[in-house]
Design a binder for this molecule. Structure first.
Ligand code: ARG
Length: 597
């Protein structure tokens, strides 16, 4: 389905053409003077130079041809040469009717669906999840849903950090505490126990303890590094410990991500791709891409017009160990082998941008990916506290994700109980739903690449540009629709109820209704932009506008008490569609609305 702007532009083109002007001037935009008009065309201003004519005269020539249009109730030339446009209410209603009948609310699916992988989340196994990982999960989840909504084949991969030094630290600490375990007996040849020698609670304590200890004890650090090396080179007992760590941590991570409404299709990690490294390295050497530089194996990736220096991609350290670059390249080897993606989108802290520039260039240059494979880096900014510095706990430590979520949920619970419309049990559940919306909307409403301030008070407010305000609006619509159905049951005195699906949209009769209709009609246009630019924050801006316009309409209009039955049904049809637009949008952002709040 066309967007409203496309349809209007088509009309304008015909008018420019009929008046003898080039149709390329017929571009229409939303009005920046909503008090005067709904849409506007500034083409006459642009055409003035080419036609050596006053813009106002051109605008007048054009509007002559718009007076009979099926689309405009107003098309007027104003000084110095703008064309102000208002749409016929029937025209807007017909557009919305078509939208309501379309499964995708008027959004066109990709004609050539692409295979896209989204690499996001990226937690490090056995280290606590912290707020730094929150953004990747929230933004990545939304990006995945947006790409999918347009009809692409999209796979989300968590890309676990599961092969690093933290594993060596845990092994070393475990050996210190329980040296009698068979994993540390070099002569042990039997089966290792099935049960892990630690619980998730212990595991969470072991890592920070070991990490802190290693910082002050060189010998211990060396041991942990060596344990990492042995693990990576096939030590049987350490591999068994690693399997325990993985099983327990991944189960815990799954729980955590589930509570965030974040769902990965693939739970692959750095460890999974180590097997591709030897062949990959050999090929890079054989084909002359890699060379030794001070003992390290590197691939040059700088380009002539680089403004900043781009250092070589590091393939192997001088001791032969693989690095972060190596693992990401090997991951692309696997992705190419198993999935042949048309695009891979990485949702990672923007401070890692240089790493990805190096990896992308290296992968292209060496043929690890096909020349047409798009590799995209979606770097996000830092989440700061109210002091403008990276978010910390009150004690100054790194804030754990669970605690942060708890803090928001508690705040939401308090607010919901203050309203006292629901019981305690329901309030708890609702607090979680609304709390998640507060966090996600607070994050996603900022352009991803920017730093932002995490402000619990602002994010949990029911007023202003917040998640709870959006949910509150949806809940309000739900409750009106429920009452409409209920009233129908009462009137007919029995089971028969008012249908809310399939009612027809009617031409707006007042400005508030019209404003809401125009706002709802923008949905497919907004979604195309969001998709093109991979910009979830534009969904937030849009639904904030929709919510505001709806609430104005709600305050100015008697909906349920409207006595004209047809008119009332028309309002309900508009509410049903508004609700669909809002719920689709929040689903793309990765949260949902409760029934009541
Ligand atoms: N685990 C990494 C970190 O915590 C993020 C991984 C990002 N994805 C990637 N393919 N490198 O910094």
């Amino acid at each position: 389905m066309n967007t409203l702007s496309e349809l209007i532009t088509k009309e304008m083109k015909a008018a420019f053409g009929a008046a003898g002007y080039d149709t390329s001037y017929a571009k229409v935009t939303l009005s920046n003077r909503p008090d005067l008009c709904e849409y506007q065309c500034n083409g006459a201003m642009a055409a003035a130079k080419a036609y050596h004519k006053a813009p106002f005269m051109i605008a007048e020539d054009v509007v002559v041809h718009l007076q009979e249009s099926a689309c405009f109730s107003l098309a007027e030339a104003v000084k110095p040469g703008f064309i102000n446009l208002k749409l016929k209410p029937e025209y807007v209603a017909a557009f919305l009717q078509q939208m309501a009948e379309d499964e995708h609310l008027g959004v066109e699916l990709e004609k050539m669906p692409r295979t896209i992988m989204v690499d996001y989340g990226g937690p490090n196994v056995a280290k606590p999840l912290h707020v730094g990982h929150l953004r990747s999960a929230i933004i990545g989840e939304s990006v995945k849903r947006i790409m999918r909504y347009k009809g692409n084949q999209v796979t989300g991969d968590i890309h676990l950090g599961d092969w690093g030094y933290q594993m060596g630290l845990i092994i070393t600490e475990l050996e210190k505490r329980k040296p009698e375990l068979p994993y540390f007996d070099e002569n042990f040849t039997g089966e290792y126990p099935e049960e892990a020698p630690f619980t998730i609670g212990e595991l969470e304590e072991i890592y920070p303890t070991a990490s802190a200890y290693a910082k002050n004890h060189e010998e211990y650090r060396e041991k942990a590094l060596h344990a990492t090396y042995l693990l990576q080179n096939g030590h049987r007992g350490y591999r068994a410990v690693w399997n325990h760590i993985m099983r327990i941590s991944v189960a815990d991570l799954k729980k955590n991500y589930q509570s965030l409404n974040v769902e990965f299709d693939l739970w692959k990690g750095e460890a999974d791709v180590q097997k591709y490294i030897p062949d990959m390295v050999q090929r890079l050497k054989d084909e002359g891409f890699a060379h030794y530089d001070e003992g390290a194996l590197v691939v040059d990736v700088c380009e002539a017009d680089d403004k900043k220096e781009v250092p070589p991609c590091m393939i192997l350290k001088s001791d032969g160990a693989a690095l972060y670059d190596t693992t990401d390249l090997a991951t692309l080897v696997e992705r190419e082998k198993l999935y042949q993606p048309d695009e891979v989108i990485y949702v990672v802290d923007k401070r890692q941008e240089l790493h990805f520039v190096q990896v992308f260039r290296c992968a292209k240059k060496t043929g690890i990916v096909r020349p047409e494979t798009k590799l995209s880096f979606l770097g996000f900014g830092t989440m700061n506290g109210k002091d403008g510095k990276p978010f910390k706990t009150r004690e100054g430590g790194v804030m754990r994700l669970e605690n942060l979520i708890q803090e928001i949920d508690d705040e939401m619970y308090k607010k919901i109980m203050d309203n006292r419309t629901v019981g305690e049990e329901e309030a708890k559940k609702t607090a979680q739903t609304v709390g998640l919306a507060a966090i996600k909307y607070g994050d996603l409403s900022n352009q991803a690449s920017k730093d932002y301030i995490f402000d619990v008070d602002r994010f949990t407010s029911f007023e202003g540009n917040t998640g709870p305000y959006i949910l509150y609006t949806i809940v309000r619509i739900k409750s009106i629709l429920a009452k409409y159905v209920e009233n129908g049951q009462k009137e007919s005195g029995q089971r028969e109820s008012n249908q809310i699906e399939g009612l027809r949209l009617r031409a707006a009769e007042n400005e508030f209704e019209k404003a809401l209709m125009l706002e709802v009609a923008r949905f497919n246009e907004v979604l195309d932009i969001v998709y093109e630019e991979i910009a979830p924050h534009k969904i937030c801006a849009y639904i904030y506008d929709v919510a505001n316009t709806f609430n104005k309409f709600y305050h100015e209009t008697k909906i349920l008490s409207e006595t004209d039955e047809e008119k009332r049904a028309g309002y309900i049809a508009l509410l049903v569609l508004t609700k669909k637009v809002l719920t689709t949008c929040i689903d793309l952002l990765g949260f949902e609305a409760p029934e009541r709040m």
